[in-house]
Ligand binder design. Structure first.
Ligand code: KG4
Ligand code: ZN
Length: 350
């Protein structure tokens, strides 16, 4: 039965995100964020990548304090909550299960709807969180989701009408950053470090070849190998090569990645006729990518949407906005969501 719209005017959503290595909770009042808390997991640093078993254990430790902190910061009592939104997938199964089980139990205890959210949709719909000085996309637009696990170009015709029109055939763009950084001896996650050093370097110092992939799909595994061979070749000639040229190497890797992304976006714009471009996912924090997209507004007449920094890497506010957008749909079936017994799903399509 449709849920009274009067009851939806003041909606408070608690959102929980635990798909990878960040335990996050947020509270939203309608489409505005009241609190957005993220606990990262330093435990993975020494392993050069996320260790699933350690991630789920850390989620278990973090989830209660993170949720408490979000409610406290938002000054909201759990009895005021209208619904709970949680990440159902995609992600690491052990990690997803912690957030899913916690959200299920809390929603059941409070007898409120439990709203399942697709993490990749959330990276896109994060643009609908109301923030001063940030514009909200109008439909249709193209979303480029670039993270540690995904690289997709998505045509977005409405909140929940999305079509993937291009994606990576192997590594995600975040992996290209992180694996290249690992070759250079930088700690995990290396993406933000490459970004930092790239800002001081010459992007054309070391040309890396771009992969040739048909259509709107991507491939990043070749770049990682090219960086490895380049490293092995240069270090043989001069063991100090990386230390001496880190800024230029990082700038060159980042430049190559940006060119790959821009080439595909240009193709997607040509193919769809859509010139509104939104980016999302952890890699959308990259300063070079942000600058390239800003420049594209003047160069090619695109309208580009860059998320606020706190909504780029994994966070729960983006899960909350999807929960809210589902909750206010006229046909929202409250009873179905009260009895929501969906399980976590490691592979979940948009
Ligand atoms: O969305 P996210 O937090 O988690 C996933 O769903 O994967 O993305 C994490 C990825 C990592 O690969 C990280 O290195 C990358 O985002 N990243 C960056 C930057 N900040 C985060 N890559 C390049 N430049 C950055 N500034
Ligand atoms: Zn993500």
């Amino acid at each position: 039965m449709p849920y009274s719209s009067a009851l939806k005017k003041n909606t408070y959503i608690l959102a929980i995100e635990s798909s990878c290595d960040d335990t996050a909770a947020a509270v939203l009042h309608n489409d505005k964020t009241l609190a957005n808390v993220v606990a990262g997991q330093d435990v993975h640093k020494e392993y050069g990548g996320v260790v699933p078993e350690l991630a789920s254990r850390a989620h278990q430790q973090n989830i209660v304090p993170v949720v408490h902190q979000a409610l406290r910061q938002a000054k909201i009592d759990k009895n005021q909550l209208s619904a709970i939104a949680f990440t159902r997938g995609p992600g690491l199964m052990g990690s997803l299960l912690v957030g899913t089980s916690f959200a299920k139990s809390l929603a059941m205890g409070l007898n409120i709807p439990l709203i399942d959210v697709n993490h990749m949709q959330a990276h896109i719909l994060a643009h609908f969180i109301k923030e001063d000085d940030f514009k909200i996309p109008t439909f249709p637009f193209l979303a480029m989701t670039i993270s540690g696990g995904h690289t997709q170009i998505v045509r977005v015709d409405n909140y929940f009408e999305m079509t993937v029109i291009g994606q990576t055939l192997d590594d995600a763009v975040g992996e290209a950053f992180d694996k290249s950084a690992k070759v250079l001896g930088l700690p995990y996650p290396g993406g933000p470090l490459i970004d930092k050093y790239a800002q001081l370097g010459n992007p054309k110092a070391y040309p890396f070849t771009k992969p040739k992939v048909d259509g709107l799909d991507f491939s990043f595994s070749g770049l990682k190998t090219a960086v490895l061979y380049f490293y092995q070749r240069e270090i043989k000639k001069d063991p100090e090569f990386v230390n001496k040229n880190l800024n230029d190497i990082c700038a060159s890797i980042q430049y190559t990645i940006i060119q790959i992304i821009l080439d595909k976006l240009k193709k997607a714009v040509k193919q769809t006729g859509i010139t509104q471009i939104a980016i999302g996912g952890g890699v959308s924090a990259n300063s070079g990518i942000r600058k390239a997209l800003k420049d594209a507004e003047k160069k090619w007449g695109w309208t580009t949407y860059l998320p606020k920094f706190e909504y780029t890497t994994d966070n729960a506010a983006m899960i909350g906005i999807v929960g809210y957008l589902k909750y206010i749909q006229p046909d929202f079936d409250r009873s179905r969501y009260i009895e929501n017994n969906l399980t976590a799903q490691a592979r979940l399509k948009i």
